[in-house]
Design a protein around this ligand. Sequence first.
Ligand code: SAM
Length: 280
Amino acid sequence: MKIEELLKRQEKPALFAPGSAVMWTDEHISRQLLAVHLDQNTDLASRKTPVIEKTLSLVLSLMGKEPLDILDLGCGPGLYTERFAKEGHRVTGVDFSEYSLDYARRSAEDKGLSLNYVQGNYLHLDLPEQSFDLVIMIYEDYAVLNPQERSLLLKRVAGMLRSEGVFFFDYPNDRRFDERIVPSDWECSPEGFWRDTPHLCLSRSFVYPEEKVILMEHLVFDDSRGWESYRFWNTYYSRERIEGELKDAGLRVESWHEDILPADSVWTGDNVTFAFCRKV
Ligand SMILES: C[S@@+](CC[C@H](N)C(=O)[O-])C[C@H]1O[C@@H](n2cnc3c(N)ncnc32)[C@H](O)[C@@H]1O
């Protein structure tokens, strides 16, 4: 390990500068992530089953009953897609994690469910226009995108929705912005979440108060790959700000929901808002 290389990484990164590696598509990390998605003891990566069911019954009650064409952006192992399919809806799930989609495909087959899974990046994939009644994007994934990606995503969503179709998603609101800053931490282990070989992980967060953005960065070192940085950018929103972004894409918020997440979790209705938006 060259200490100079670590010294170079001390500075605060420029806003939205990408890390050197992506967590979701790394083979070893994907395996760890799938276990976290499915773990009923944690709300990390995916929420627990009762919360998923509450989210689904809310959105379906707002949509009405007839069979819908639904698109799930960042569907992970298919925890929402399968439930929609069981209710008789036609569902497409998109994710760039092959590992999660392999699991989702096997699980749908085991349960005899017909689901359409597409592997790729939802910012660039060729997806059909004006074909969906409902597009969902769950687990605050909208807020990790940079402004150009957010604008592109919303335009794509509006293009894929049928007339008066709905985009339903959640985002971290800015009410408790200051409490979201995580203290620096480090971990050295023979194997673990980031690597299956001995590695060191240094974690820290940076605040960009004007833009209401927090960067969580994990710097991971191992002997074969050297230093890699995993960056998670999160934008915290007021209702006015998110309404503005949606409006630019031709989407209007019809209702806000802050009573879905349990009060005893890290992420609660106090700091996460769901928005039910109609294409105008
Ligand atoms: C936090 S997980 C949430 C999964 C699922 N929505 C849930 O709540 O159970 C985010 C998922 O989005 C996927 N993802 C992130 N960025 C993506 C992109 N640009 N294109 C496709 N999938 C993406 C990841 O692979 C991961 O499965």
